[in-house]
Design a protein around this ligand. Sequence first.
Ligand code: ZN
Length: 91
Amino acid sequence: MSKIDLTGQKFGRLTVLRDVGRSPAGNVLWQCLCRCGNTKVVDSKSLRRSGTKSCGCLHSENGRRTGRKNTVYRLARPGGGSIEDLEDLIR
Ligand SMILES: [Zn+2]
C-alpha cells in the first residue's frame, strides 16, 4: 500500500500535523490538530472517507443534526465573533 502524504491537509476541524506510524490494519496514522485545540490520532482511511472530522467535540455538537448547528453556535458563543466566524467554524 503506497503512502499518501496528508500533512497539512484539513478534514473538517482537523488539520494533519504529521504521521505517527501505522495501524495494525496497515493504514497510516496521522496526528491531527483540532480547531478546539485537542490533538487526535486518526488513520488515513477514516480521514479520507471523511468519517472523522474532529477530535470528538464536533460529534457532541452534532447531536441535533444538520440545520441546527447555527443555533448551537450562537448559544455556545453569546456575543462572541461575527457570522463569518461562525460559518468558518462550522465548515
Ligand atoms: Zn475538537
